[in-house]
Ligand binder design. Structure first.
Ligand SMILES: FC(F)(F)Cc1cc2c(N3CCN(c4nnc(C(F)(F)F)s4)CC3)ncnc2s1
Length: 555
């Protein structure tokens, strides 16, 4: 049947060819400021093309890895309209060719069948086997074209595959043998089996489904984002949910199923009903957040990082990051590396991310606090780092640990067993080298010890009532080493009240009330049911005096 090709509008075309960061920012500005929806597929193809040209296009032939062989790159590629149009039309005709919308005519909202069908089209056209966690697989560019130089792409992502190819080449000698290996489909040479193109990561599949539904005319299909997973919402008021991609390794995909039931309730992976529910502008923010400037494990493309930073500020100024804590956190990281004069500081941005999480998501997001904690740690502000990490633990305590929560488990494992031990080693050396500054030293500050206890208390509470244990002997050694660095005098100043009632994980989703916890003297139970913007006074009795630190627990 004849497929109507929606060509690009003149105001989109006039920005091409794109030859600079400013040109790309201008295209995004036009797309974001126009009354109609921004075109997700167009923007994803543009970002993916620029990312590929700036990061993957260096051919590091496996034999001569010397830098001198690397061809010098122009500082920005030229992106022609024809290239983008060709890829867009390929995507549009693939989607329109496979989905017979007449079957769904009439209901203006998408149906579960349509969403599943769209997910199946993307899913079934993916390359059979490839490294799912490779870089640069998050855009429609990666889906619609091949990596120009597959080997170079392996260079910084799956180098073990490259070694395998060398072995294969040596062993097999002639091409013929290699082909026979390939014909035998032997698992040992996946590099030979991976065909060009059609590769997407977990996020990329979800984004592609939403972009496809936009092309099909369903403006109700949107992206839902947790801190480590993505799915779609659709229907009246976005009430319906559907899995459209896989998650992690070795987990059966649940595509087509709604996100509900016990797993989705208490697990961090689904944020207990507090995911980021995107509109088209937030979807553009997710696309921009997903820009990956890494050229290799050690080098980043400065131009791409600058482009990402400018696009995030454009979205920030439009108010499109207000309910997207991770995107604000990404911007904070970029500002730490390359500050933009006259713009908010990284710390301000991380606090804005925390405020967004408290305001829109009942303070159920961990990353805003680990972004801040990481920043303080890198800048030697160790007491503030401990406080941020304790606040992160106050979030994870609301969840039960499940087998698909590995990412956040690894985050807390690194903080407890790597970053905090390093931190206490540094400050204990400081105490020795500069005894005169002992007063301001972390190890002599009972509040630092209180933050440390609150951090571990959160991990213990996370484990309680969970199907999977969190802490084990591997956690105990660093904990003992850390606690023993705090002198008894410091430890004795932390007043730990023995709680009368067992701590409970009240589901604060329904009745809007905060977790009532009579735990270790840290938080008075709030009697009020409505805690909107209620100040949540945290009392830490230190040195006999009560040191009140206000913590906004806005809902
Ligand atoms: F869609 C998925 F499945 F990919 C889940 C998402 C992840 C993610 C993100 N991330 C993940 C968290 N991330 C972090 N980087 N550092 C972090 C911190 F540990 F320092 F907090 S958190 C970087 C970017 N940034 C914007 N949006 C999203 S949506």
């Amino acid at each position: 049947h004849s497929i109507k090709m929606a060509g690009f509008r003149d105001d989109q075309k006039c920005t091409f060819p794109l030859q600079s960061i400013q040109d790309v920012v201008k295209l995004f500005r036009i797309e974001l400021e126009r009354g109609d929806e921004p075109n997700l597929a167009l923007l994803s193809i543009v970002v993916g093309s620029v990312e590929n040209l700036l990061t993957c296009n260096r051919y590091l032939s496996p034999r001569n890895e010397t830098e001198s062989e690397q061809n010098v790159k122009p500082n920005f590629p030229i992106l022609e309209l024809s290239t983008v149009e060709a890829l867009y039309c390929k995507f549009e005709s693939q989607i329109k060719g496979c989905v017979d919308v007449t079957q769904y005519r009439g209901n203006s909202y998408a149906s579960r069948e349509l969403v599943k069908k769209t997910s199946d089209i993307i899913w079934s056209s993916l390359t059979r086997s490839y490294c799912k966690d490779r870089a640069h697989l998050q855009t429609l560019y990666s889906y619609l074209t091949g990596e120009k130089n597959f080997a170079s792409d392996l260079q910084h992502d799956c180098s073990w595959l490259l070694k395998l190819e060398r072995v294969a080449t040596q062993k097999a000698g002639s091409k013929k043998d290699l082909l026979s290996e390939r014909e035998r489909g032997s698992w040992r040479y996946p590099i030979l089996m991976a065909t060009q193109g059609n590769k997407l990561d977990c996020f990329g599949v979800a984004f592609a489904v939403v972009a496809a539904c936009q092309i099909l005319g369903y403006s109700d299909v949107h992206l839902a984002l947790s801190e480590d997973h993505a799915w779609v919402i659709f229907g009246k008021d976005g009430e319906e949910t559907a899995e459209v991609t896989w998650h992690g390794k070795g987990n059966e995909d649940k595509r087509g199923q709604p996100v509900c039931g016990p797993t989705a309730q208490k697990s961090w992976l689904y944020l207990n009903g507090h995911p980021v529910k995107c509109n088209r502008h937030t979807e553009v923010a997710a696309l921009v957040s997903g820009i990956n400037p890494s050229i290799s494990a050690t080098a980043d493309s400065k131009e791409l990082a600058t482009l990402q930073q400018k696009l995030l500020w454009l979205l920030y100024d439009q108010g499109d990051l207000k309910n997207y804590p991770m995107a604000i956190g990404n911007l904070g990281d970029l500002e730490e590396i390359n500050p933009t004069p006259g713009r908010s500081s990284p710390i301000d941005l991380f606090h804005q991310a925390i405020f967004a999480a408290q305001t829109h998501y009942a303070n159920h997001h961990v990353y805003p606090y680990t972004y801040l904690g990481g920043f303080f740690y890198r800048n030697g502000q160790y007491k503030d780092a401990l406080e941020a990490w304790a606040n992160a633990a106050d979030v994870i305590r609301k969840y039960n640990y499940g087998r698909e929560d590995e990412e956040i488990y690894k985050e807390f494992l690194e903080i407890a067993n790597d970053l905090i031990p390093h931190l206490v080693k540094v400050v204990s050396n400081q105490a020795i080298e500069a005894p005169e500054k002992a007063e301001s030293n972390c190890l002599h500050d009972p509040q630092c010890f209180a933050h440390l206890l609150r951090f571990y208390d959160g991990l213990c509470a996370w484990e309680e009532e969970s199907s999977t244990p969190v802490l084990h002997i591997g956690w105990a050694r660093p904990l003992v080493a850390t606690i023993s660095k705090f002198p008894a005098k410091t430890r004795s100043h932390v007043d730990i009240k023995i709680s009368e009632e067992k701590e409970e994980k009240v589901d604060d989703e329904k009745n809007g009330s905060v977790n009532r916890r009579h735990s270790h003297g840290r938080r008075d139970s709030l009697q009020k049911n409505d805690v909107k913007n209620e100040e949540d006074i945290v009392k830490t009795k230190v040195n006999g005096s009560t040191n009140v630190s206000d913590k906004k627990a806005g809902k």
